[in-house]
Design a protein around this ligand. Sequence first.
Ligand code: ATP
Ligand code: MG
Length: 723
Amino acid sequence: MMERVPVSTPSPRPLLAGLDPEQAAAVRAPRGPVCVLAGAGTGKTRTITHRIAHLVSAGHVRADQVLAVTFTARAAGELRGRLRTLGLGEANAVQARTFHAAALRQLRYFWPQVVGEVPWRLIDSKFPIVSQAAHRAGLSTVTESVRDLAGEIEWAKASLIAPEDYPAAAARQRRDTPYEPSRVAEVYIGYEALKSSAEGMLLDFDDLLLHTAAALEEYPAVAEEFRGRYRCFVVDEYQDVTPLQQRVLDAWLGGRDDLTVVGDANQTIYSFTGASPAYLLDFSRRFPEATVVRLERDYRSTPQVVSLANRVIGAARGRIAGTRLQLIGQRAEGPEPVFAEFDDEPAEALAVTKSIARLLGSGVPAAEIAVLYRINAQSEAYEQALTEAGIAYQVRGGEGFFQRPEVRQAVQALRQTANRDDLPDARGADLVTLVRAALARLGLTSEEPTGAQARERWSSLVALVQLTEELVEQDSDLELPALLRELATRAEARHPPTVQGVTLASLHAAKGLEWDAVFLVGLADGTLPIAHVLGEGGTVTDESALEEERRLLYVGVTRAREHLRLSWALSRSAGGRKSRRRSRFLNELVPENSPASRIAQPADRRAPTRKHPTCRICGRPLLGTTSTMLGRCSRCPADLDVGLLTALQDWRKEKADELSVPHFVVFSDTTLTAIAEQRPGDDRALVSIPGIGAKKLRQFGADVLALVHSRERAQAHKSAGEK
Ligand code: ATP
Ligand code: MG
């Protein structure tokens, strides 16, 4: 007689369909330790969800005895969603949670048995208490310092390091500490004391995990009840586990071995938070009888992208690298990745923007395009260029440049300077000096500071000074009030779009995500790898930190499904000294016949670089995005048809109202000015204006050309009449 399967339980057969042989082997492995070592896009999440469903449907375990954990709420949601489609939702639900959410639930339940009456409260931010502890220790309480201190405390707790051991551990791990390690330890001690001296007990997220582990370790009744309830454990992204989370996992297991883990050591990019791939790499040593499965087929990216990914990680060194697997692309062929070198960052941003416009024109949705960079301050040039081109975007995992607290404070400080009665008459180079002086009070030092948050803040301030320099290049008479007006206009034009746009994100924030087209930008040595892992003259001081930087590039490359462009610039600002080189990670990768390889020679032997755009009036090289878009320098007289510009502005207003979008989404001011100056006669002339791609041409080309033509006819008519 056929076995009757409960309605809500998935049947085993379809669970194995749609899996390759290695995935199926991991799914079918008997209960007990299983380790899946899987590269990016190889189907590891798919494999573990199918494994859970298989164990449940085969009757090896009940759905409610399974606990699946991962690290972010988004990933846990993804896991639950996929389990639901496999029939493991609602009545037959498997618990899929983050470590923290699972611990919170358990602690709520066990607290009365363990601690009794003492009330406790979970704090959602360490910030106020760390700030208080910093104040008591006589340290600064400015936001970035406190955040860096909180980051160190978090790292120490995640790494199971007590305050008294912090200085030695920080030295061993070459932590980038905001203060002398002994001062950080003092704040750590103060922070813990403040939390427990409060009324009741205050627990932070790390305490949740610590108390859960301790309850299971020290209270046999708690352990017995828990272990009777959960029998099977699954961990996704296991390379991200911290010693503290591992301790919780061990407490859950209590000597049992029913554990499936999935991870990719070569995607370890969070070591600075305490995450360690050592547990993944040591899994089969700890469980010698474990089933170990390696997945190599990449279902996400084209063979061209996969090949580059293999070469990036192929050059890695050290223990983690020893575990890498060659990915084998399963998708149809696609375009080769493109490498491009530029003279300066504005030129790079403009070229990337033009490529994005072309992709949009060819039908790639904006939501399927991403620009990824190493540090958040790099977003500024791209926000500006995309705004000028009228392309909507959103900054992921952080605010846009002008929304950042340090940039708002800086603009505010400049406003106060402008309001001073004794405002010096500063223009041009003097204006740059004035701005530097105003920002010096907000932390703009000549040396890059230590501490990740402090460095982010500093980089934003540097970007603001560079923006000032660029504007001064364009107008040597620029004064502070005009600078402030320009900054306000730029901030205003960059309000978050109402439609979904192109994604701007740091490489860290891009982890686990994927897009059809990915632009990896700013790949200069000193940015990726980031300067502080390098010593004097670019020598490597910290080999393991350098390897983590390489893995960041690997994570970046593997986000692309189809189109991938890698670029860098030789100087930061337009016309600046070309003192940079492309990332050392790219040296072996740029193909021989690539334009980037021809121009990326050492400075003295460099072939003539790609021609810089020149002014169509005076012929001098153009500096800065706006002048490049206009095709002339700001000092050259504009051969602007004011009547045409007015007509274009009226038309744009109507169009924007009709489409319910802000007017710059139709065309930016710069693009309209360029049209009114260049008076394009046909489609070709029109698309040669930056900011106008195939899509805009389709949408608005006919309207714009009609306006230009009717204006020319009117002019011809007028001059004929005058003769
Ligand atoms: P990441 O490294 O980003 O976490 P992953 O290894 O978890 O990726 P999945 O997200 O599970 O990979 O799978 C990547 C994509 O490949 C998904 O769209 C998935 O449906 C698809 N995929 C996985 N395995 C197969 C398969 N055997 N046949 C077809 N498609 C597959
Ligand atoms: Mg996954």
